[in-house]
Design a protein around this ligand. Structure first.
Ligand code: ZN
Length: 71
């Protein structure tokens, strides 16, 4: 999961679209390819809104696929 976490680090500087607060990385469970992963996603500490990185939204989770294949 190390590389996956690193890829989300760049979103740490994003700001919440609704209240403008700086995002904080928060541990969340995502489901991908039938497996559940715990990843740190950027979320607003004020209103709780999570930012879904483009990699997740578009399903281009190559790193996750790689992890699955390694199992
Ligand atoms: Zn917010």
């Amino acid at each position: 999961m190390k590389e996956l976490l690193k890829s989300f680090e760049k979103y740490r500087e994003y700001r919440c679209v609704s209240c403008g607060c700086p995002m904080e990385l928060k541990k969340m469970d995502i489901t991908y390819l039938g497996s559940v992963f715990s990843v740190d996603l950027p979320a607003c500490p004020s209103c709780g809104m999570a930012f879904v990185p483009e990699e997740l939204a578009t399903g281009k989770m190559l790193e996750v696929e790689k992890i699955l294949e390694d199992k």
